[in-house]
Design a protein around this ligand. Sequence first.
Ligand code: PLP
Length: 410
Amino acid sequence: MDSKNGQYSIQGVSLTKIASEFGTPLYVYDAEKIINQLQSLKNAFSNQKLKIKYAAKSLTNINILKLMKKHGAGVDVVSIQEAQLALKAGFEPSEILFTPNCVSFDEIVEGVKLGLMINIDNISILEQFGHKYHNKVPCCIRLNPHIMAGGNTKISTGHVDSKFGISIYQLPHLIRVVNTTGIKVTGLHMHTGSDILDAEVFLKIAEILFGVARDFPDLEFIDFGSGFKVGYKENDITTNVYDLGVKLGKAFDNFCESYGRKLEMWFEPGKYLVSEAGYFLAKANVIKTTPATVFVGVDSGMNHLLRPMMYDAYHEIVNISNPKGTQRVYTVVGYICETDTFGWDRKLSEVREGDILMMKNAGAYGFSMASNYNSRFRPAEVLVLDGKAHLIRERETMEDLLKGQVDLKI
Ligand SMILES: *Cc1c(COP(=O)(O)O)cnc(C)c1O
């Protein structure tokens, strides 16, 4: 995104124009930024047999999936429906890693039928998998290294209470199941949560994986999950992928040498690829002064962008309609009948009713977590591609709200 003379634009297309053409609330994605992020990962790990499995759950619009495919990424999915979307977007089954948690064995079987690479994170499922497929269907195993990453237990998945992965303390049991059933384990995986931050934590996780890997002779890849941190505020520390490329690359090369062959290195970034590429536009419906603060009430709420309310996530807010206005302090809230605050005490250029507010870092877990709560329509989505704004999801209508509801004669 550029801001010249207070005009905010993506690839030369003005964001206020996009808002007036497509209406609000609206998600806008910058394809160029997504492609650049992909490229920076490829550059950082150019010495490796790298595979990037885009974490589809962060933003599942089929056009985003197609863009990922076109630019050489594979995909990581967490449900059979996401797998079907990925197939529809043109991914080969072999490019899709299926990493579900607490699903029934039937869903795993469906995944095998579709030809996906299955990532198993539970010994009970592993046993069933082994009994059914023996060495006929390779799989990946998700381990929990019990490393507390990211500091926030809502987004950290590696801590001891976490439901994700097979504990590394269960390794003896795990190996017993693998050997008894003859399962061919071709991948080891860890994803300890979002916002891991630095290379040192990745390295710690890697050392644990390398230690475990020696017990699995058929490996073809090691999947380091995600955890890349992106900037939400100015001066936020972010994961330096080049630094990671050098440090993790070196550790991986050493490991591969002792393992006896060069394995593929996999990552599953969601946020890193799409967070900063997304902007959420909402209109200031009302300004409301109370004894405590000045509220801006926008035409959206927790139904459209849940992260501030669910994770206390900080999303920078900018008034793009009045960029040169006097700075004032506001609390930006939604129109849902719940406390749905986007941001307290934000300095914004004076907001007038009707102005468009832009929330940044809205690409990941924005639309994909949106709901119809309060019977509101979900936002439309726009992708700016090759210097042009394309509608990639229509705004919903009453028909969408009623779809599937059975009308009893009462
Ligand atoms: C959610 C998830 C990711 C993506 O995490 P980000 O923080 O968005 O990069 C990767 N792998 C798995 C298994 C996940 O569940």
